[in-house]
Design a protein around this ligand. Structure first.
Ligand code: COA
Length: 202
């Protein structure tokens, strides 16, 4: 592992990632942002997204600190950088869980046995991902979400803060699940769903 990390994006999500990075032993942390700002949480902004290529070398790790799923996908597909996985030391990850490159797991999250997390996902603070889940690429599981056993969340879907998904449910790609929603049936149409039980809003 390198001690140098470049975080792409300098918003609130990046601050949380910078903290996890420090706890993982990174001592040289800087950020990129397309807005004209100089620093974030005391870390220097050293350029814009377009600088990823010129900064890319074998001694530099990268992670995308942007909450928007489509933006993370766009950046990850455009730039061939050493995207690393970052896990907060307080997260509980079962031994046979797989987590792909570029994903971040925040404080207090639990990922249980035989689950898999794709690339560039966010498993946010205190989220519970139960056993046998499949979390595809570019998914955001917000703080305090609870996913029951054998749940599948397809690519680019955002599960909002505090939402619950009961066991054996599949949520298709490109969905937004509203804060506090309870999903009790498979979701097969890409849309926004809110409420208890979760229903599509137009
Ligand atoms: C679901 C959500 C995406 C909808 O946002 P939006 O498209 O801007 O929709 P609006 O705020 O215009 O709301 C549309 C309607 O849905 C209702 N609604 C919105 N979010 C809701 C929710 N979470 N639960 C229940 N109803 C909700 C609104 O009250 C409104 O109802 P009305 O038409 O009767 O007034 C958003 O409210 C939400 O819950 N986002 C999750 C954010 C989150 O978890 N962030 C975590 C970051 S770490």
């Amino acid at each position: 592992m390198s001690n140098r990390l470049v975080i792409v994006g300098a918003g609130g999500h990046s601050k949380v990632i910078a903290d996890i990075a420090m706890k993982n032993g990174y001592t040289d942390i800087s950020l990129l942002d397309d807005r004209k700002i100089d620093e974030c949480m005391g870390f220097k902004i050293i350029g814009t997204t377009e600088d990823i290529d010129s900064l890319n070398d074998s001694k530099t790790d990268f992670v995308i600190g942007i909450g928007n799923n489509k933006t993370r996908k766009m950046i990850a597909e455009k730039y061939d950088a050493n995207w690393v996985t970052l896990i907060h030391p307080s997260a509980q990850i079962a031994t046979n869980v797989t987590i792909d490159c570029g994903s971040v797991v925040m404080a207090g999250a639990i990922i249980n046995a035989h689950s898999s997390v794709g690339k560039h996902c966010i498993i946010n603070s205190g989220a519970v991902v139960e056993h046998d889940n499949i979390i595809e690429d570019y998914v955001h599981i917000s703080p305090k979400v609870a996913l029951g056993g054998t749940v599948c969340i397809k690519t680019l879907t955002h599960v909002g803060i505090g939402a619950t998904v009961i066991n054996n449910i599949c949520i298709c790609k490109n969905c937004t699940i509203g804060a506090g929603a309870v999903v009790v049936k498979d979701i097969k149409r890409s849309a926004t769903y809110v409420g208890v039980p979760a229903k599509e809003i137009l």
